[in-house]
Design a protein around this ligand. Structure first.
Ligand SMILES: [Zn+2]
Ligand SMILES: [Zn+2]
Length: 260
């Protein structure tokens, strides 16, 4: 079993911190863990957030509380140090990168030749709308329009050819909003582009862990069926932000993919 999306942001870049994730992975009988950081932990990526910060005081406060806290060079050094050692589980290192149209060149410039095992592209903002931060931000939002933009952006992400995978591909549902129209066409277009770009889809338990009253576990079965039809690889993950959450519902996520 694989946990393909684990954040290490709440600890220092030490062997001891990584060992805690490994210990939990062994306990949870995982074979592989894919460790990553949000790109916004590093100041090099900060220009990507100018627009969303200017648009909202809430996002601006969040960004200045959370972002640019760590050294990109030190992260790359940690990766090299860990690669020299042996562990009972396979470890990969990557980045989860917020996708904003127009910043593709910056992302390529900052990640090429850095020897990441994987780059995960995720939609965390639809335009300037921080849809996954809190339910209250959805007040007055046109749900149909936001779903449109979310899936158009997801398709652009897949077409950009800069990522290996797409993060939590239908996380727009997290607070229980649904559009008035069928999503089948969007699922189909997205699956085709993911297949063309040889990208995987992240079957993620983090949204359900956070919003268990409003979000189902992992991707919708219809989306999974369409991804399978287009031979898109599906990678299970917890989106853990601490060692305790590593492996969370991975078995269930696998079962959902098999049954869909
Ligand atoms: Zn994410
Ligand atoms: Zn994440």
């Amino acid at each position: 079993m694989i946990d393909g999306h684990i954040h290490i942001e709440y600890g220092d870049y030490t062997l001891e911190w990584i060992q805690q994730f490994v210990n939990r992975a062994v306990e949870m009988q995982l074979d592989e863990i894919w460790l990553l950081e949000h790109n916004y932990m590093f100041k090099e990526f900060a220009p990507m957030y100018d627009s969303v910060c200017a648009h909202s005081e809430f996002v601006n406060d969040w960004f200045h509380r959370k972002a640019c806290m760590k050294s990109y060079d030190k992260y790359l050094e940690l990766i090299n140090r860990i690669r020299e050692k042996n562990f009972p589980v396979k470890i990969k290192f990557g980045l989860e990168i917020c996708y904003f149209k127009g910043y593709e060149d910056l992302i390529v410039k900052l990640t090429k030749d850095k020897e990441f095992d994987f780059l995960l592209g995720s939609i965390h903002f639809v335009g300037n709308f921080a849809f996954d931060h809190k339910a209250k931000l959805w007040e007055g939002i046109d749900v149909d329009e936001i779903y449109d933009k979310y899936f158009e952006d997801s398709i652009s992400l897949a077409k950009s050819h800069i990522f290996d995978g797409i993060g939590h591909p239908d996380s727009i549902k997290l607070f229980g909003h649904t559009p008035s129209y069928s999503l089948t066409d969007y699922y189909d277009r997205l699956a085709k582009e993911l297949s063309n770009s040889d990208m995987y889809a992240d079957q993620n338990s983090g949204v359900e862990r956070r919003c268990s009253n409003t979000a189902s576990l992992g991707m919708s079965p219809e989306l999974i069926r369409i991804l399978k039809k287009h031979n898109v690889r599906i990678v299970t993950s917890s989106d853990a932000h601490c060692p305790e959450d590593v492996g969370y519902k991975i078995k269930e996520l696998d079962d959902i993919v098999l049954r869909a």
